[in-house]
Write a protein that binds this ligand. Structure first.
Ligand code: APR
Length: 246
């Protein structure tokens, strides 16, 4: 795949790219993305099940959606794309991975510097008394009851520590993501439609600072014209070919 060879050359020349991943890097792990024709938002209204106002209105209903998500994500395994990024990091060709994904798969693949800008399923919290609960505790509650997981101390329904629509992103994570993008000689986007801000603004930061942009994504994105390289191909194929070409 000559596109992968070009990308390998760009990674070598950059000497420390920043990678921005979206749901498309996890589809090979059996996790649906959001906006492709078979994506989650094709059948589920995010404002009804993944927004802060929906959670305030009816937390049990939001958990009827998140119960399935948390159980599916927790059971998923990193795929060859996640594993390839870990190898590139180990070889000094990837400085950090900024991910919009909440599935913990980059960390489980062994990547060390991962910036989770939309939070993750690692913990859920009680918004009333601020107690934090590990994924294992939440899964145990979900297995024990058909209802939403509740706080041991005040019986309030827990909220997954993922960013809902209408919710602020974790400040430290998004600040670091913008700093990384500004400093990146190369920003490699893998498996994201680049539709959701502020994360979709990261390529602008890199380009404005004189860095290059490369995109590996099935389907077009609004940044394709500004990218030095666009590979409309499966992330796993491309990243494995990149490793072979290095
Ligand atoms: N290889 C490459 N690209 C892929 C693959 C694959 N194997 N599978 C899917 N894709 C592409 C899809 O075609 C789509 O363009 O990945 C992209 C995923 O885009 P989205 O579904 O919009 O996911 P993402 O960009 O991560 O969404 C951002 O939106 O709903 C919120 O919080 C949610 O973090 C998410 C954010």
């Amino acid at each position: 795949m000559q596109g992968a060879a070009r990308l390998a050359g760009m990674l070598r020349d950059a000497g420390g790219a920043v990678v921005l991943t979206g749901a498309g890097i996890s589809t090979e792990s059996g996790l649906p993305d959001f906006r492709s024709p078979t994506g989650i938002w094709a059948t589920v209204d995010p404002m009804e099940y993944a927004s802060l106002s929906a959670f305030r209105r009816d937390p049990e209903r939001v958990w009827s959606f998140y119960r399935l998500r948390v159980e599916l994500l927790a059971a998923a395994r990193p795929n060859r794309a996640h594993l390839a990024l870990e190898k590139l990091e180990r070889r000094g060709l990837v400085r950090a991975v900024v991910t919009q994904n909440i599935d913990l798969l980059h960390g489980r693949a062994g990547s060390r510097d991962v910036v989770e800008v939309h939070g993750s399923i690692r913990t859920s919290s009680c918004r009333r008394c601020a107690r934090s609960y590990r994924l294992e505790d939440v899964l145990e509650r979900l297995a024990r009851s058909t209802g939403a997981p509740r706080c041991d101390a005040c019986d309030t329904v827990l909220k997954p520590d993922v960013v809902f629509f209408e919710e602020q992103l974790p400040a430290a994570a998004i600040e670091r993501a913008f700093e990384l993008a500004r400093e990146a000689p190369l920003l490699l986007v893998v498996g994201s439609s680049l539709e959701v801000y502020p994360v979709a603004g990261l390529p602008d930061e890199t380009l404005a600072a004189g860095g290059q942009l490369a995109i590996v994504n099935l389907g077009a994105t609004r940044y394709d014209r500004a990218a030095a390289l666009v590979l409309d191909a499966p992330a796993g194929d491309v990243l494995e070919s990149v490793l072979e070409a290095l």
